[in-house]
Design a protein around this ligand. Structure first.
Ligand SMILES: [Zn+2]
Length: 425
């Protein structure tokens, strides 16, 4: 026994998890149809009709609609309810299969810039690590890879720091988090495209040069690595981290309800460990959140502060401003934030006409407590702290499972919005 325990300690939980992929437990969504159900502000009556259906919640409910997956054997019974619906996925399992058929990233020759084919498909966590290492290696004078700590299962929470002519750490911070919610795969790709352009366009684009010379960028593409890996090995719809809790057989805490600010406020998170928005047993009690809090405090305290924070999510096409915890509360610079968000939405729409809604998080979408944006605004003193919910809207198809053909367009339109924001704010 002792020897086995010692081996487990030596290998660490990550090594064990990698050695024994739990593919036999993969959740199948074959034949599941995903619907958006209009609720007309009366979700309770719709939910009453759905009792007896083995529904899988496909996103968090808003005031306007419920998004749910219905198992194949119940589709005809569901349709006979006559609810007002739109189909988001005809066959969720087929769409997951198409999205998941990606080739391994092959890397690049020493110090070469990785090609844009990276954005043709999704990738594994290890490939994201390699991709960032390759990008950084091509620009060693103006960037470095950093890690802020480890996830519950021991994976590195890493990022890239990029700076301009003022030298490392000399300017206010622009700070991005991707993939806090494990199933929101598009978010890592979008922040990687922004990273790619910040690095590769410095010599070609005067706007990029100006913003690089004005800010220090800290970009973390996968802040919930355990959850992200789990979406690729076990359950594509997993959202939370993978931390077990005493007294419950349910696993996982929502890292975006665990931030140590307004954590105690009720109504924007769940105290049930089985819920998708489980807030944890105490404020800031997940390993991932503790690492992110420590790093955020470091950025706040290092002299130039945080000018812009963005937490990248999907889906819904929103630019969400503070606050989440209270639908009446507004940031002190709310008018300025609204002006910027409106202009960013207009820039996002330019390449493909994609429409983003903007406004305060709570009043525009739903209440959230212990969220990153509220923490960044009031504790980390970020001048601007936003959540961006990427494609799709949900109406007219899709959800977390965004077809690979939409990765690059999603990234291109966000880059347009970011170029404007970074040059203007
Ligand atoms: Zn999310």
């Amino acid at each position: 026994m002792k020897l086995l325990a010692a081996v487990a300690v030596l290998l660490g939980p990550l090594a064990l998890a990698t050695a024994v992929p739990q593919l036999e437990h993969r959740v199948s969504y074959d034949g599941y149809r995903v619907y958006r159900i209009a609720t007309h502000h009366n979700a309770a009556s719709v939910k009453a009709q759905l009792k007896g259906f083995a529904t899988v919640p496909f996103n968090l409910d808003t005031d306007e609609h419920l998004d749910v997956a219905i198992p194949p054997g119940q589709i005809s019974a569901f349709e006979s309810l006559g609810l007002e619906t739109e189909v988001m996925h005809e066959d969720l399992g087929a769409d997951i299969a198409e999205e998941g058929s990606f080739a391994a990233y092959r890397g690049v020759e020493a110090q070469a810039v990785p090609s844009l084919t990276w954005f043709d498909s999704y990738h594994s966590y290890n490939d994201h690590v390699q991709y960032f290492n390759d990008l950084q290696a091509a620009f060693p004078q103006n960037s470095e890879i950093f890690t802020i700590g480890n996830s519950y299962q021991g994976r590195s929470i890493f990022g890239i720091h990029i700076w301009g002519s003022g030298g490392k750490g000399s300017k206010p911070a622009v700070y991005f988090h991707g993939t806090v919610h494990a199933r929101e795969w598009i978010t890592a790709k979008v922040v990687e495209y922004i990273t790619y352009n910040l690095l590769t366009q410095y010599d070609n684009d005067t706007t990029v040069r100006a913003v690089r010379d004005s800010y220090d960028f800290y970009i973390l593409p996968v802040v919930n690595p355990d959850g992200f890996v789990y979406t690729q090995t076990n359950d594509r719809l997993w959202r939370k981290n993978r931390q077990p809790r005493s007294g419950s057989s349910c696993v996982g805490t929502d890292n975006n309800r665990n931030w140590p600010y307004m954590w105690n406020v009720s109504g924007g998170a769940s105290t049930n460990p089985c819920a998708e928005t489980y807030k944890g047993q105490a404020a800031g009690d997940t390993p991932e959140n503790q690492a992110l809090v420590a790093f955020s405090q470091k950025l706040r305290n290092q002299g130039n502060g945080i000018r812009l924070y963005i937490d990248w999510h999907s889906y819904g096409q929103y630019i969400l401003l503070p606050y989440g915890y209270n639908c009446q509360a507004r940031a002190a610079n709310h008018a300025r934030q609204t002006t910027l968000a409106s202009a960013v939405a207009a820039r996002i729409a330019q390449p493909y006409g994609t429409r983003f809604t903007y406004g305060p998080s709570c009043s525009t979408l739903y209440a959230t407590t212990g969220s990153s944006v509220d923490y960044m605004t009031d504790v980390a003193n970020a001048t601007y702290a936003w959540t961006i919910e990427l494609r799709p809207t949900g109406s007219g198809g899709g959800g977390f499972v965004l077809p690979p053909a939409q990765i690059l367009p999603s990234a291109v339109e966000q880059w347009e919005g970011m170029k404007y924001l970074l040059a203007t704010m």
